[in-house]
Ligand binder design. Structure first.
Ligand code: UD1
Length: 417
């Protein structure tokens, strides 16, 4: 059984390049099936979720191969619209293939994705939007079968700006007849990136990054080469690590724009941060200041994907901080591991109160989801002595090589088998 071992309590100093974005690349990989041809995706991160997505693409007839950090996808031999159950269970975000497969083949069969360790994560918005686009649904024995005589554009109102539902509607609408408007769309930078990819391939999408997205259906998409943006959550994780341990680091390959809220709060904690178009420099002198109130919100608010990492940093703040988790109720399951470091955290419903302690002690902990796992790595770096983190595969779902990157910043961290 693999595990991560950290000898913590050291400052981080150095430079790290930020990998390609998981949440941009996954929907783009789904979108490749809308193209009948060969797509080259540059800056594709080598993470478990991408490997799972490759397996699904291969299972439906695509041919996929790596050329260094570029992924090449040949979709010409796509031969089924049934997504194998084992992969849907492995990776919930495989449901973004629904819209793309409907666009390409006018049908899709997929297992109901079910629960997940960070909360219920239903897909009702996705399904009701599909129904409004002339797509019929049948649910039987945990399988969802969608078919259409032709996808028709429509006005889709999302009750909540769901990232996945916005992506699924965009993917279904690109080759549909007529115009689709998404009202209350998600504004995350990864949505903008997906639309950039689709528009370079010939789609007609306007308004990405705003709350109204308009898609005018086109006949077909062209094969293209595209370079994915870097991962703002990986960058945010490393910034949080430096904020927690103290030190000075340069992150390259990413600017500060998509991290505006994260950087603002890090400054409130006492960090000095400089940003350019393609770099972020952070300096932290040690014990962070507490943050009286953080609420996770859809973009441009504070991201739920950074909540656990910030909680780890605030465990050593000089005072009391509060976090309200508004997006995924199950994220606090990670707190039972975080308190093993000696942290003082109280949970009441969606609200967490973190009373900062002067020092954390290394311990043995278990990762049970991606960002929660990254938060345990940060706590291990901040803590005195040895920390062992089991189930690192959850972290590898989204981080190419977290140990390599943090060793580059001078951390004493390694993966052991
Ligand atoms: C995506 C991201 C994930 C991030 C999340 C929120 C990917 C691959 N994953 O997940 O990293 O944490 O956005 O920024 O991009 N909801 C419903 N019904 C639906 C859909 C969503 O009730 O049909 C609810 C969810 O339970 C949740 C909220 O809406 O409370 C937000 O979910 P959503 O934005 O859809 O997240 P994901 O797309 O799953």
């Amino acid at each position: 059984m693999a595990f991560i071992e950290i000898n913590g309590g050291k400052q981080l100093n150095g430079e790290v390049n930020i990998q390609g974005s998981k949440n941009a690349v996954l929907p783009i990989l789904a979108a490749t099936v809308l193209v009948n041809g060969i797509i080259k995706l540059n800056n594709c991160p080598k993470i478990l979720d991408v490997f799972h997505m490759i397996k699904i693409l291969e299972a439906i007839g695509c041919i996929v191969w790596w050329e260094k950090s570029s992924l090449i996808i040949d979709t010409t031999k796509l031969n089924t619209s049934t997504v194998p159950e084992e992969y849907v269970k492995m990776m919930r975000s495989s449901i973004i293939l629904m819209g793309a497969l409907l666009g390409r083949t006018h049908s899709v069969t997929i297992t109901y994705p079910g629960g997940c360790t960070i909360g219920a994560r239903p897909i009702d918005y996705h399904l009701s939007a599909f129904q409004d686009m002339n797509i019929s649904l049948e649910e039987e024995d945990g399988l969802i079968k969608c078919t259409t005589t032709g996808i028709k554009g429509n006005e889709i109102f999302l009750k909540f700006p769901s990232v996945g539902a916005t992506e699924n509607v965009i993917l279904a609408a690109v080759l549909a007849s007529g115009r689709t408007s998404i009202i209350n769309a998600a504004k995350e930078p990864e949505i903008t990136e997906l639309c950039k990819f689709l528009n370079s391939a010939g789609a007609k999408i306007r308004g990405a990054g705003t709350e109204t997205i308009e898609i005018v259906g086109v006949e077909f998409l062209y094969p293209i080469e595209f370079t994915a943006c870097s991962d703002r959550i990986v960058a945010g994780t490393y910034l949080a690590a430096v904020a927690g341990t103290g030190g000075e680091a340069v992150l390259t390959g990413i600017g500060g724009d998509s991290l505006h809220t994260v950087i603002k709060l890090l400054r409130e904690m006492g960090c000095s941060i400089l940003t350019g178009e393609n770099y972020i420099i952070i300096a932290s002198s040690g014990r962070p200041k507490p943050i009286p109130f953080i609420r996770t919100m859809p973009y441009p608010g504070f991201p739920t994907d950074m909540q656990s990492q910030f909680m780890s940093v605030l465990m050593m703040a000089a005072g009391t901080s509060k976090i309200v988790e508004e997006i995924f109720e199950g994220r606090y399951q990670n707190v039972k591991e975080q308190i093993k470091f000696g942290a003082d955290i109280r949970i009441l419903g969606r609200e967490a109160t973190i009373n900062g302690v002067p020092e954390l002690m290394g311990c043995e902990v278990y990762a049970s989801e991606l960002r929660g796992g990254a938060a345990l790595v940060i706590a291990g770096l901040m803590a005195k002595g040895k920390t062992t983190i089991y189930n690192p595969n959850f972290i590898e779902r989204g981080y190419e090589d977290i140990c390599r990157d943090l060793r580059g910043l001078g951390a004493d961290i390694k993966m052991l088998a």
